[in-house]
Design a protein around this ligand. Structure first.
Ligand code: ADP
Length: 265
């Protein structure tokens, strides 16, 4: 038992991802001001903040889809550069907003596109596909459907399968449940959390919903206008807000729930 805990401790102290003074500007907009972030192996880190605060930019920088103007990004001990990003990206699974499935490919083709490009063994691909469908609870009969023939929840499950196909070390999820209605969202939240824990994945997840952030994240990074306002657990943010904005952001989202509870008596 002690050995198991030791092992977990070692894993937790090793950093999978380190951003150091990373900044990004689009024309006159400072999308990200010099930012430091560290993500440990097996950790779920949640980027949260109002629309336009730089969450997606940060995720795109990590995925190497945009280049930083300054600063360094280190993934699994190596600097992420234009020359190294293609190899590094194979160890990252990325789910963009709205899932980003190819509309002209069916479920099976969407999930396996990268594995086929890398010429993985056909039997391995079939086995992996079946395993992932079971993991995200997607019925086999949907494998030949096109994205337009799926519900929003099913599309998100397929996007997740695609991101997990090559067993990445790091999962990058940009509002993975954003477009779903509340019931489906709730159900997928529970399932996703179980999946993260079962697979022991390191996850960076973007949301604008504080309840979702608190549900998933050991560490929350609250952003505003391209900079980090506070990093900590939900409890840290709620109990020791670094500035008035933290309180405002949390209470703005709590208020509707409080009103609902009051209306119910
Ligand atoms: P969030 O994900 O928090 O909503 P983003 O990272 O998408 O925020 O955007 C941060 C800021 O950068 C916003 O002001 C946005 O308009 C701007 N921005 C993002 N991407 C681009 C782009 N490709 N070109 C110009 N401006 C952009």
């Amino acid at each position: 038992m002690a050995r198991l805990e030791d092992h977990r401790e070692i894993q937790h102290t090793s950093r999978m991802l380190v951003l150091s003074q990373v900044s990004k500007r689009y024309g006159g907009t400072e999308a990200l001001t010099a930012t430091d972030i560290q993500v440990s192996n097996g950790e779920t880190l949640v980027l949260i903040g109002p629309s336009g605060c730089g969450k997606s930019t940060l995720l795109r920088l990590i995925a190497g889809l945009v280049q930083p103007d300054s600063g360094t990004i280190t993934f699994e001990g190596s600097a992420v550069t234009p020359a190294s990003i293609l190899l590094a990206r194979r160890r990252m699974g990325y789910v963009i907003q709205e899932g980003g499935l190819f509309p002209h490919l069916n479920v099976r083709e969407n999930v396996t596109v990268m594995a086929r490009y890398l010429r993985r063994d056909a039997a391995w691909i079939d086995g992996r596909l079946a395993e992932l469908a079971q993991l995200v609870r997607l019925p086999q009969e949907l494998m030949t459907r096109f994205p337009a023939e799926l519900s929003g929840g099913q599309r998100q499950r397929v996007s997740l399968m695609r991101a997990l196909m090559l067993d990445p070390d790091l999962l990058l999820l940009d509002e993975p449940l954003g477009a779903l209605d509340p019931m489906i969202r709730y159900q997928l939240q529970q399932e996703l959390k179980t999946i993260f824990a079962e697979l022991g994945k390191t996850v960076v997840l973007v949301t604008h919903d504080i309840a979702e952030a608190a549900f998933f994240g050991q560490t929350l990074v609250l952003m505003r206008d391209g900079r980090i306002v506070q990093t900590g657990s939900f409890r840290d943010l709620a109990r020791n807000p670094a500035e008035a904005f933290v309180e405002e952001f949390i209470s703005a989202q709590r208020e509707p729930m409080a009103q609902l509870a009051a209306a119910l008596g």
